[in-house]
Design a protein around this ligand. Structure first.
Ligand SMILES: [Mg+2]
Length: 221
């Protein structure tokens, strides 16, 4: 290395580091591109395949657990509704992945949400095996009529309990659901499986196994 290069080296190193730092942009991913990813996840069939894989695991577990049940155990499956039993994708896509509260409420009241068929298979397997289905939803009490009609139209029949949040609820959906599971356990239910699309459907315990369905569309606290 010549004398001149040796003298320049620290300055060159500093210049490269500075350039590198400037290149580390903190710009989040472009929202248009994210929406394209969501659409292709759904349209490719991968979303439904991912759901089907989780649902198959849940059914397998329920079958094993029923086979190993002790006399007198009251076995139950916990289910969530939105993006678990029913799909809101028609509404979500109509609003280009935006959440528009009045539009969402009208959609829920309309009872038009299509079934998520792999979860209906879990539901039917549970019923066939004598496992009670206890449904907990972040939907509110005033959504009850539209929701029950929607579930029946989607082919769900024979749930044991269905609980909605009060219209004026202050607590999070996660806290509401965990409190109900605690109560179910206290009432003598053995909660063998809990299936939902949000971490808050599953956090807080009181079920032997949890099954997380994909939902890259929104987050519920
Ligand atoms: Mg949900």
């Amino acid at each position: 290395m010549s004398f001149r290069l040796r003298w320049l080296a620290p300055f060159l190193a500093f210049a490269f580091l500075a350039a590198g730092r400037a290149a580390e942009s903190r710009e989040p991913k472009n929202i248009y591109l994210l929406k394209q990813e969501l659409k292709s996840y759904v349209d490719s069939g991968h979303y439904m395949q991912d759901i089907a894989a989780v649902a198959a695991d849940a059914t397998k577990w329920i079958e094993q657990r029923v086979a190993a049940a002790k006399p007198g155990e009251r076995l139950a499956l916990i289910l969530d509704i939105d993006e678990t039993m029913l799909s809101n994708l028609p509404e979500i896509r109509r609003n280009d992945f935006g959440y528009v509260p009045p539009s969402w409420s009208a959609w829920v009241r309309s009872g038009q949400a299509p079934v998520i068929a792999p979860v209906r298979e879990v539901f039917r397997a549970a019923r066939r095996l004598g496992v009670a289905v206890l449904i907990l939803t972040g939907r509110v009490e005033s959504d009850r009529a539209g929701t029950e009609a929607n579930l029946r139209a989607a082919g769900y029949d024979g749930w044991t309990q269905l609980h909605f949040k009060p219209d004026d609820a202050k607590e999070t959906t996660g806290a509401f659901k965990a409190a109900w599971r605690r109560r179910f356990a206290a009432e003598g239910w053995t909660l063998i499986a809990n299936l939902g699309d949000q971490e808050t459907d599953l956090a807080g315990g009181f079920s032997e196994r949890t099954f997380k369905l994909p939902n890259p569309f929104y987050l519920t606290k």
